[in-house]
Ligand binder design. Sequence first.
Ligand SMILES: C[S@@+](CC[C@H](N)C(=O)[O-])C[C@H]1O[C@@H](n2cnc3c(N)ncnc32)[C@H](O)[C@@H]1O
Length: 235
Amino acid sequence: MAIDKRPARVAAMFDAIAARYDLLNHLLSAGLDRRWRTLAIRSLRLTGRERVVDVCTGTGDVALAAIEARPGASRVVGIDFSAEMLRLGGAKVRARGEGGRILLARGDATRLPLPSASMDAATVAFGIRNVEQPERGLAEMHRVLRPGGRLAILEFSIPGSRLVRAVYLPYFRHVLPRIGGLVSGHGSAYTYLPASVGSFIAPEVMLDFLRACGFRQPSARPLSWGIVMLYTAEK
Ligand SMILES: C[S@@+](CC[C@H](N)C(=O)[O-])C[C@H]1O[C@@H](n2cnc3c(N)ncnc32)[C@H](O)[C@@H]1O
């Protein structure tokens, strides 16, 4: 069954679950989400001077990880189309004293409100899967990166190992949607998650899309037994 990824629908879904989003992220990943973000930021090889765009920033956890890494980014712009995710993200950023270095702004991943070649690095964590035309989101990140700028993408994946799949998929398809539905009060958002991962492009296709957009040296590194993929590339 095709999944409805029209922007208004996806934004409304994230508006509806925003209040419980961070809690469920940490709970449902058993805290692994922090490690995944750290590895993504590390892959950018920041030196303390970079301007980073975090696409589909949500509540700003990748933006914060980029600013708080040592060495980290000098400034981060986080873009998302869910007003409620951004509102909660903005409060979190200010509470951490990073309001001067992190700007969160409303926008669509397929039309980034940024000049061409204005960013040193780009990230998108668990967002590209939701974009109706992911190749357009990748092309936009390529456009706003300067030549030599680095890209890091985190996305859920289906593990390659049969043994891991046998343990993980029942949790991912049945237990996670129940807990997510109960805690968020929004049942369909957490059935959307496994459905959207199951129907998302395979890692080889993602690498082809990256090449087609003009990225160099695209690579896919499985994290946590392959339940997440870290894609990296360079403009
Ligand atoms: C699963 S959350 C990930 C948030 C954050 N990156 C993280 O790691 O926690 C996905 C986010 O992508 C945003 N999003 C999805 N499609 C988008 C698009 N086309 N343009 C802008 N934001 C989008 C949603 O509003 C949501 O906040």
